[in-house]
Ligand binder design. Structure first.
Ligand code: AHR
Length: 506
């Protein structure tokens, strides 16, 4: 059978918005085995570590150029009191994690988190406690971290081992304040956000980027109220820099169809379609929230920050349900690529995004098994997308072959193209069809011919439900991709079912 052909044109000589590297951000919560075991093993652990932080995990995260890491939650953020996590570790309080039901030793606190960010080479994003904390507590955290030595709090930081200010600029002001963060009305939260934000200081060169709790999925009324109330010049309208959006593709939130969470690794064609369609629904969410933001902020000063996203399945029965642990297949890799493509397509408004979560929880990059670690299929997607970080998005036109399913439509092929500062062009192709190959023709308009082609890479899987395990860690991993040809400025490639391919050329 001759595969279908889909043609696209990349306007290779056109301008476009910058694709912020912060779109490729990560999220770590004190939940299950994300922080404890996944990141923190302690200085005395037989697992190789630097100051208690797992060396294998740090190296793997460095390799995909993680730009930022959000912490300590999630819902946990609105129950977290930062003073419990500073000072001599042996004196820190051992308590119950009320949010997720585990024991919290507070061994991993503010300094350990910032050490992790330094080791990974990423920027910290701290989500402050608005739900059960106080304005004083959050403003003190900012001063503790960012003020130069000379104030009581900065001196305390210095005594705890870090004389130089950390200069943390990204601050979430509460999390899901419509739900676990306090069950607030948007009008009430808007007042609280302004009150808190007003007291969070800019120290030295660190101008804070304050992120307000945004809507749950399709709660457009929430976006309307926060944008109206927090951009009003009468009430210090410059106090909000970002509005968050959370979207989990679990089939239970709009466009809901599934009666319950789906298994992560057992699925049929209908389940595949459901996950892809739910993923692509993000296009509508971003479009509609952006339209509201555009009315209140036509200059697009305020970023849409999708600081939690990912597939959310039934927990893996090998772990307690409150760990939110799930395995991963090529389905999640294709979903991740579709999602990243949507963030890039909406780069004019989307300033940051954080996949939930980085290790051992939900749509993870890494799974740990005692002293072993495996990269998930989605890890390889983030790896393939690194050339897009801070590059200029190039316009792509063509008919992606939208396919309608019971849960909604999604494209057969989704393409992102960008030009890096050094002039090199990168194209990523996500092929969503789980059973049939497709031939893609990509014309690079504006180029007489395509220059020296660098070898591409491709991520696919021997079987749709295959997973990576300690005994078979690279079953679903990217491999060199050379199976394409050029006809002048046209790339022609036949893609296997369910794959992500990347090709860069100078
Ligand atoms: O990522 C797991 C949880 O999902 C987060 O704590 C919360 O913000 C969201 O509901």
């Amino acid at each position: 059978m001759i595969p279908d052909r889909i043609a696209f044109t990349v306007a290779a000589d056109q301008p476009g918005p910058k694709i912020s590297r912060h779109i490729f951000g990560q999220f770590a919560e004190h939940l299950g085995r994300c922080v404890y075991e996944g990141i923190w093993v302690g200085e005395d652990s037989p697992i190789p570590n630097v100051r208690g932080l797992r060396s294998d995990v740090v190296a793997a995260l460095r390799a995909i150029k993680v730009p930022n890491l959000r912490w300590p939650g999630g819902c946990f953020a609105d129950a977290y009191h930062w003073r419990n996590g500073i000072g001599p570790r042996e004196k820190r309080l051992r308590m119950r994690n009320d949010t997720w039901g585990q024991i919290e030793t507070n061994a991993f606190g503010t300094h350990e988190f910032l050490d992790l960010c330094a080791q990974v080479g990423c920027e910290p994003v701290i989500c402050g406690n608005l739900g059960s904390g106080t304005v004083q507590e959050m403003r003190d955290w900012v001063e503790y971290l960012n003020a130069p030595v000379g104030t009581v709090l900065a001196n305390e930081r210095a005594a705890n081992g870090h004389p130089a200010p950390y200069g943390v600029r990204f601050w979430g002001v509460g999390n899901e304040s419509w739900g676990c963060g306090g069950v607030m009305r948007p009008e009430y939260y808007a007042d609280e956000f302004r009150r808190y934000s007003n007291f969070l200081g800019n120290y030295e060169k660190t101008r804070l980027y304050r992120i307000a709790t945004g809507p749950a999925v399709d709660d457009y009324a929430w976006t309307e109220v926060i944008m109206r109330e927090c951009t009003n010049p009468r009430f210090n309208g410059a106090v909000m820099d970002g509005l968050s959006l959370h979207y989990y593709m679990n089939g239970l939130t709009p466009p809901a169809k599934a009666p319950r969470l789906m298994p992560a690794t057992k699925f049929d064609a209908a389940d595949w379609n459901r996950v892809m369609a739910h993923g692509w629904f993000l296009d509508e969410l971003l479009t509609r929230h952006t339209a509201i933001m555009d009315r209140h902020d036509p200059q697009r000063r305020i970023g849409l920050v999708v600081d939690e996203w990912g597939a959310w399945y039934e927990n893996d029965p090998s772990h307690p349900a409150n760990e939110l642990y799930q395995q991963q297949t090529i389905r999640d890799a294709v979903l991740a690529a579709l999602t990243l493509n949507l963030f890039i397509a909406h780069a004019e408004r989307v300033s940051m995004a954080n996949v939930a979560q980085v290790i051992n929880v939900l749509h993870a990059m890494i799974l740990t098994f005692g002293d072993k670690m495996v990269r998930t299929p989605s890890y390889h997607v983030f790896d393939l997308y690194t050339p897009h970080q801070d590059a200029t998005r190039l316009p792509v036109t063509g008919a992606p072959q939208m396919r309608a399913h019971e849960d909604g439509a999604y494209p057969r092929v989704s393409v992102t193209a960008s030009r890096a500062a050094d002039g090199s062009i990168t194209v990523t192709l996500a092929h969503t069809d789980p059973t049939q190959p497709v031939t893609v023709e990509l014309t690079f308009a504006g180029l007489p011919a395509v220059g020296s082609a660098k070898a591409g890479r491709m991520l696919t899987a021997p079987a749709l439900t295959d997973i990576n395990t300690p005994s078979d860690p690279n079953r679903v991993a990217s491999v060199p991709w050379t199976d394409f040809s050029f006809d002048g400025a046209k790339l022609i490639a036949t893609l296997p079912p369910a794959c992500i391919a990347v090709m860069s050329f100078a």
